[in-house]
Design a protein around this ligand. Structure first.
Ligand code: ADP
Ligand code: MG
Length: 314
């Protein structure tokens, strides 16, 4: 099967949208942006051996390739519309591609995302996705808006993906690693309520750290308030659990800040989209991130989060 046969397989399964004037099949897609809104654009690559394993189910790889990108759009408060898919494949394997598209398409359908183009080449297996979404100019959620006194919140639970990756005892958490839920409706609901927002891809401390830096503020976190799933709660050792929750990556939850007066409204808004949310701390003036245990003692993690090329800088 050659490149064009693979592209035809993809084209046949791409969903339509009224704002897609011309999709897959020409030299470029022609798209009709929503008048009066900003276009939010983000891209993420998944590499075999780094982000997924060669024997992972192709459906899960397809789901995750789109999910990690939709998570970035969610963190900006934007509504997804279009996706581009760049595939590097070692072999023209139609069976693998069909299964990949099953996962990609299932999530795309949930959020009415149209696949409008991409590129298909031979090489080590890697998947690049670029997503486009819309957000009213004044409503975009940035990393830079946190103020002293704001409360710090996180959706869902933390540490599940890292636990599944690290320990076969947590095999029941594998779906959290392989099929993360991008918090798209939650991001939308937070537009008028949050002061700053980021998605937790590299670990809470690393990602909240970006918010603190961009906003020029600091944070005090209460470790006992970190949301924990029932399976992860089997880990009785507090420090081991906190390490996963604070430094483990790939949660794809939203971490956001909001004025304390917005607490009731944001609880209601997130309940309306069935998204659990927990208050985990408070923004302060003093720079830095401080975490406290139940007794009010300061706790220091051994690592801050995942970084590609960590330790390789020269
Ligand atoms: P060109 O040679 O002009 O760059 P291609 O042959 O690469 O065009 O692609 C033909 C059409 O198929 C284009 O519309 C392109 O966007 C689309 N396409 C190619 N690969 C993919 C893919 N992996 N997913 C979605 N669309 C694709
Ligand atoms: Mg091309």
């Amino acid at each position: 099967m050659a490149e064009f046969a693979l592209i035809e397989r993809i084209r046949r399964r791409a969903a339509a949208r009224a704002d897609v004037i011309l999709g897959i099949g020409d030299d470029a897609a022609l798209l009709q942006p929503t008048t009066g809104q900003l276009l939010a654009v983000s891209t993420d690559v998944l590499n075999e051996g780094v982000h997924f394993r060669a024997d992972d189910p192709p459906e899960d790889i397809g789901w995750k390739a789109l999910a990690v990108n939709l998570s970035d759009l969610a963190a900006m408060g934007s509504e997804p519309a279009w996706a581009m898919l760049t595939l590097s494949l070692p072999r023209p394997d139609g069976g693998w591609l069909d299964r990949f598209l099953d996962g990609f398409g299932a999530l795309a359908a949930q959020h009415r995302v149209a696949l409008v183009g991409g590129d298909t080449t031979r090489g080590p297996r890697a998947i690049g996705v670029t997503v486009h979404g819309f957000v009213p100019a004044t409503a975009a959620l940035r990393r830079s808006g946190a103020h002293p006194g704001d409360e710090i919140w996180v959706t869902g639970t933390l540490g599940d993906a890292a636990a599944a990756l690290a320990d076969p005892q947590f095999a029941d958490l594998l779906p959290r690693l392989r099929r993360p839920t991008p918090r798209v409706t939650a991001g939308h609901a937070l537009r008028e309520l949050a002061s700053a927002c980021i998605d937790v891809s590299d670990g809470l401390f690393a990602d909240l750290g970006h918010v603190l830096e961009a906003s020029g503020v600091g944070a005090d976190l209460q470790l006992a308030q970190l949301p924990c799933s029932l399976p992860l709660a089997r880990l009785r050792d507090d420090a081991a659990r906190w390490r996963l929750q604070c430094s483990g990556g790939e949660d794809y939850e939203l971490c956001f800040t909001a004025a304390a007066g917005n607490a009731d409204a944001l609880r209601a808004a997130l309940a309306a989209c069935a998204t659990p949310v927990s208050c985990i701390g408070r923004i302060g003036r003093e720079p830095g991130l401080r975490a406290f245990d139940r007794a009010g003692r300061r706790w220091h993690p051994s690592s801050f989060g995942y970084q590609h090329f960590a330790g390789e800088q020269r």
